[in-house]
Design a protein around this ligand. Structure first.
Ligand code: NAI
Length: 217
C-alpha cells in the first residue's frame, strides 16, 4: 500500500474495524458473497460510502455480484495489521487494568495478554487469567524477553507521562492509553487514547438535543 495509505483519512480508518466485524460475522454464517447494497442495509451506511471507503484500497475487486466476503475480511484484516499477533502488557493492575485483563476476546484479534504490572506490593503475585501481577521493576526485562510491542496504560494520570517514557525507552511501540492525559512519545511510537467518558458525553449531547427538539415541537 505504501504511499497511497498516507492519504487515507482517519475517518476511513475509523470505519474499518466495523467493516471487519460485520464481515467476520458474515463469514462465520457461511455467506460467500455480498453486494455493497446488502452490506449497506446490514450496516446502515450508504452503499456509496462503502464503495468510496473501499476504493481507497483499490476497491477489493468487486466483480459481477458483489464482494467475496472471505477475501474482503482477510484484506481489511491485513490493513488493520490483524494478520499478525502482538504481545501486550497491562500497566496498572487496578479496577480497569484487571477488567481488561479479564476480557479475553482481544486474543481472537491477535492481541496476546502476556503480562501485568503494578507498583502496589499487595497486588504482586495475584493471578489474573493465569498471569501474575509483577512489580514494575521487572517490566523492562520482561518487555525485552517476551517480545512485547503494545502497552495498555491503566494508571493514574499523574503517573502516565513518566511511565510512558519508561515504556518507550525499553522498546514499546504502541500505547493504548486510558489515562486522561496526552502523552508525548518519540517519533514512531503510536498512541491511541480511549476515553469512555467522551463517549458518555456524546450520549449526553444526543439526549440533550432530543429533549430540546421535543420541547420545541
Ligand atoms: P485504580 O486505582 O483501581 O488502579 C490504578 C492502578 O495503577 C493501581 O493498582 C496503582 O497501584 C497502579 N499504579 C499507580 N502508579 C503506577 C505506576 N507508576 N506504575 C504502575 N502501576 C501504577 O484505578 P482505575 O479505576 O483502574 O483507573 C486507572 C486509570 O484509568 C485512571 O487514570 C483512571 O482515570 C483511568 N480510567 C480511564 C477510563 C477511560 O475511559 N479512559 C475509564 C476508567 C478509568
Amino acid at each position: 500500500m505504501g504511499m497511497a495509505e498516507k492519504e487515507i483519512s482517519q475517518a476511513v480508518i475509523g470505519r474499518l474495524p466495523r467493516y471487519f466485524r460485520y464481515l467476520g460475522e458474515l463469514k462465520d454464517q457461511g455467506v460467500e458473497r455480498i453486494s455493497s447494497q446488502e452490506l449497506s442495509e446490514l450496516m446502515r451506511v450508504t452503499a456509496s460510502q462503502i464503495r468510496q471507503d473501499f476504493n481507497h484500497f483499490g476497491g477489493f475487486g468487486q466483480q459481477g455480484y458483489g464482494y467475496n466476503v472471505e477475501y474482503l475480511y482477510t484484506e481489511i484484516g491485513k490493513i488493520l495489521g490483524l494478520n499478525k499477533t502482538h504481545n501486550l502488557i497491562i500497566v496498572g493492575a487496578g479496577n480497569l487494568g484487571q477488567a481488561l485483563a479479564n476480557y479475553m476476546n482481544f486474543a481472537r484479534r491477535g492481541f496476546i495478554f502476556t503480562g501485568i504490572f503494578d507498583i502496589n506490593p499487595a497486588l504482586y503475585g495475584k493471578m489474573i487469567r493465569g498471569i501474575e501481577v509483577r512489580p514494575m521493576e521487572e517490566m523492562a526485562q520482561f518487555v525485552q524477553q517476551n517480545n512485547v510491542d503494545i502497552a495498555v496504560l491503566t494508571i493514574p494520570k499523574s503517573e502516565a507521562v513518566s511511565v510512558a517514557g519508561r515504556l518507550t525507552a525499553v522498546g514499546i511501540k504502541a500505547i493504548w492509553n486510558f489515562a486522561h492525559v496526552d502523552l508525548d512519545v518519540p517519533d514512531g511510537v503510536q498512541v491511541e487514547n480511549v476515553h469512555l467518558s467522551d463517549s458518555l458525553m456524546r450520549l449526553s449531547y444526543m439526549l440533550e438535543r432530543y429533549e430540546t427538539q421535543k420541547n420545541d415541537l
